[in-house]
Each structure stands twice: as C-alpha cells, then as structure tokens.
Design a protein. Structure first.
Lengths: 262, 205
C-alpha cells in the first residue's frame, strides 16, 4: 500500500505526509528488528536440549556454538610452545583450596593402588606409584584456574605426562587424538585432547607443597593440566585410555564445554 | 551475567568489612537463577560474538559516516558535562548549548565504546590466558583481568539503567527521532517543519 502511493499521487507530498511516511517506515523496520530479536531469543531459550552422548545438558544450538567457538580459537591460537605463566615458589598458597572429591573421597594409600594404562594392543599396564616416582620429577608453581571464578597459585610436583609416555613406550597411543582418565570407582572421568595432554606442563602429580597427596587432593596420583580449567584436573587417576573418539567427560555431560582449555 | 552466579567470588571488601557480595541471595531468588553456570557460559560464548561484531560494525560506521565527530568528547565537554548533570538533576535551570549530543552524552557514548573494547580484551585475556598471554599481561595478570571484566559488566548495567531512565524522561518525541533519524520541531505559530538536519548525510556538509 505505502509503496504504491507515490506513484498514484502526482503532486508533492506535504511535509506532514512526508513525516508520517518516514515515521511509518522507520517504526516498521524497528518493530521488525525488535520482533525478530525477541523471536530469536524465544527460539533459543526454548530450543531442545542436546541428545546426551559425550556431551549433554546444554541447548542444542548453544552446544554447537560452544564447539564451533572453541575450535575457532584453538585453530587461531593454540600453540604447544605457549607456556602457562609460572610463579616463584614462595608465592604458592600454603593451604590449597579444595572444591570437590567426586570419585576420590576418603583415603587411598599408594600401596593399595596401581595405575592401569590400557594400551592399543589390549595389554593393560599396572604401574605403582614407586615406578612413577622413579621417573624425572618436574615441579610447577602456577595459577590454578577454576571455571567457577576463583584462581590460586599452587605448587605441584610429579612426572610430566610426556615423560611418562616416553618411559612406558606409549608412542603409538600418543598418536591418537584423545586421552581418557577415570577415577578407580569410575565416578569422575575426563577426556583430554592429545596436544593438551602432551603439553610440556601437563603433570601426573603426586606431591603438593612437597608432601605426598592426601585424601582431599587426589591421593595418590592426580592430573595437573595447567592449560585446562580445574574441572579437567582429575583427582585420583585409576585408569588411562587412548582413543580417536572423545572419551566421556563428567562435566561435559552436564552442559560444560568439552575442551575447557585456556 | 549468569557466569557469576555459580560462586560468589566477587565482593567489595574494605578494611576487612564486606559491603557487597556479588551477588546477594535476594538477587538470585528474585531472578530464579541459582547456580546455572554451565548454561550461563553457553549463552555467553554465543552472545559474545553478537556484541563484538556489533561493536566492530558500529565503530566502522561512525568512522565511515563521520558521525564520530558528534560523539567524541571535545575539550569543553568535560566541563560542560558537569553542567548537563546539574541541569538533568534539576539543580541548574539552563543546560549548555549542544549539537546532536550534549557533553555528557559525548562522554558516555565514547566511554561505552572504550568499555566495550576493554571487555573484549579482558575477555580474551581470561578466556585463553595461555594462548593470549600477552593480553593477560596487559591487563595486569589473570586475576586482575577477571575483576576488570566483571567490573565492566556491572558498568554496563549502570549505563543501561541510566540510559533507559533518560530516554523515558526525554519523552516520546526524542525516542521517535532516535528510531527514524530525524527530528520534528514545532515552530511558534502552526506549521510543522522538518528539521533541515535530517538524516545522517544532511548533517555533514
């Protein structure tokens, strides 16, 4: 209707008509934008939850966005030579913050524990803490970052994961895309992409502030992976597996990003 | 904002006394949003794209169209903004003469752009502190960058509240001109005259 008017009427529009016309067009466009923004939000807010598989708990479009965003930044910036900032030993917290012990409640003395590493051949290595402690020890003081918003400078010591791979001749396994780690009771589990696992600051840690790990912090061996948020730093490693598909991950099933890298 | 709702990590504490904890319980109850961090992060990492791209397009537009001349504070703006504030609070009767935007608007609208850039930088600094370590360094470290990012978010909320209140106070005519891009001024006797400064192009000679 509005479009045709100028054709029919030969004479100049009056100023009042012009004002009306422009107001009408402007507000129609504005209304259309506002309506589509509102509609888009409604659609997103009410969009169905993803089918729970390796990841779960997020709205399907948001999960796609999380994955795409993460990939974008990984391709843009991930570089193994980028190291996590380290601090002087004296800055490390004396009392290390404790958040949860899902899968690592209570104590598990080292003599009652063996690390199980599942090789591609099907062979399962049973490794004691003494064997791990015999490997070259690496220490790190860095800012541990929690996805919930806190961070703390902490001091850890253990064996570099890459040294562990070397020593136990897991080179074939290290060519796969992912490492999976689970607590002995299978209550807590994480999946780590191989480049992050092989990062030179990734440790299988057995000491915190020079003391062997206690019950609260993943006795006897835990993962310290500074290029990831705390949720990926599994306490009390029971088994280690390798695969080309994403291993299951406790928090990714509950709506968090699978990669959770820094 | 949902991001800050899992753990009350931030507070304003002076000399050991906590004045405000972000966020107080009544706030969670009011909005029915207890501990939905994962959901908040998922929204955040989608909407950050819209905000960032929108910001970039807006800055490009103001540069290309020359509108930035109307928006950047001038030397006198800082002094005048105070007078505008007094006027808006009904303490002073007259406001200083202005062009399209008054001095306070110039400062506010430029500040919000600086804040936006700050949010993108601090955001990247805490999103990938290892890969973008140089940004984290610029922001004074991870912990500080996180606090800046949070403070900026609170800043937007304050900006938004003041902005909306001002739009309501300015009335319908002002709002209409914001949407349509021209202003209608009723001159003394009767005739309705369309402002000659109509549209964006007309203003630049």
């Amino acid at each position: 209707m509005k479009e045709k008017k100028p054709k029919k009427i030969k004479k100049e529009l009056t100023i009042e008509q012009k004002i009306k016309r422009r107001n009408f067009i402007s507000f129609t466009v504005f209304g259309a934008f506002a309506a589509s923004a509102f509609g888009g939000w409604k659609w997103l807010y009410n969009s169905p939850e993803e089918v729970t598989g390796i990841t779960g708990g997020a709205r399907a479009p948001l999960r796609r966005a999380l994955n795409k965003t993460e990939l974008f930044f990984r391709r843009l910036a991930f570089n193994e030579s980028h190291l996590v900032k380290t601090y002087p030993r004296s800055m490390a917290a004396k009392v290390i913050r404790h958040n949860t012990d899902i899968g690592s409640e209570g104590k598990l003395p080292p003599e009652k524990w063996k690390l199980q590493v599942k090789k591609r051949s099907g062979e399962v290595l049973q490794i004691s803490l003494d064997e791990i402690m015999a490997l070259p020890k690496t220490e790190i003081t860095y800012d541990f970052k929690c996805v919930e918003g806190w961070d703390q400078i902490q001091h850890w010591a253990g064996v570099k994961f890459i040294d562990f791979i070397e020593h136990f001749k897991l080179h074939d396994e290290a060519k796969l895309d992912y490492v999976g780690m689970e607590t002995p009771d299978k209550q807590y589990y994480v999946g780590i992409d191989m480049p992050s696992a092989l990062h030179p600051q990734t440790l299988l840690a057995y000491q915190m502030n020079d003391v062997l790990l206690n019950g609260n912090h993943g006795q006897p061996l835990r993962l310290i992976i500074p290029v990831k948020y705390g949720i990926k730093n599994l306490k009390r490693i029971g088994t280690i597996t390798f695969s080309n598909t994403r291993p299951r991950d406790y928090w990714a099933e509950q709506g968090y990003d699978y990669y959770s890298g820094l | 904002m949902l991001i800050y709702w899992a753990n009350d990590e931030y507070s304003i504490t002076l000399f050991g006394h906590t004045f405000v904890r972000f966020f107080p319980d009544w706030y969670y109850n009011l909005l029915h949003i207890p501990a939905r961090l994962a959901e908040g992060m998922a929204f955040h990492f989608l909407f950050m794209w819209f905000f960032t791209l929108n910001g970039i397009l807006y800055i490009l537009y103001t540069i290309i169209s020359g509108e930035w001349r109307q928006l950047l504070p001038q030397k006198k703006s800082f002094k005048e903004a105070w007078l505008v504030l007094l006027h808006d609070l009904h303490i002073r009767k007259t406001a200083p003469p202005q062009n399209k935007y008054n001095a306070a608007q110039r400062i506010a609208y430029t500040a919000i752009i600086v804040m936006g850039i700050g949010s993108v930088i601090t955001g990247l600094a805490i999103y990938k502190p290892v890969q973008f370590y140089y940004l984290t360094w610029i922001c004074g470290g991870y912990h500080l960058a996180r606090i800046f990012h949070f403070a900026l978010t609170i800043g937007y909320v304050l900006f938004f509240v003041i902005h909306i209140v001002q739009v309501i106070l300015a009335g319908w005519g002002n709002f209409r001109s914001v949407i349509s891009g021209f202003e209608v001024i009723n001159e003394q006797p009767k005739p309705v005259i369309e402002n000659t400064n109509e549209g964006e192009e007309a203003e630049k000679d």
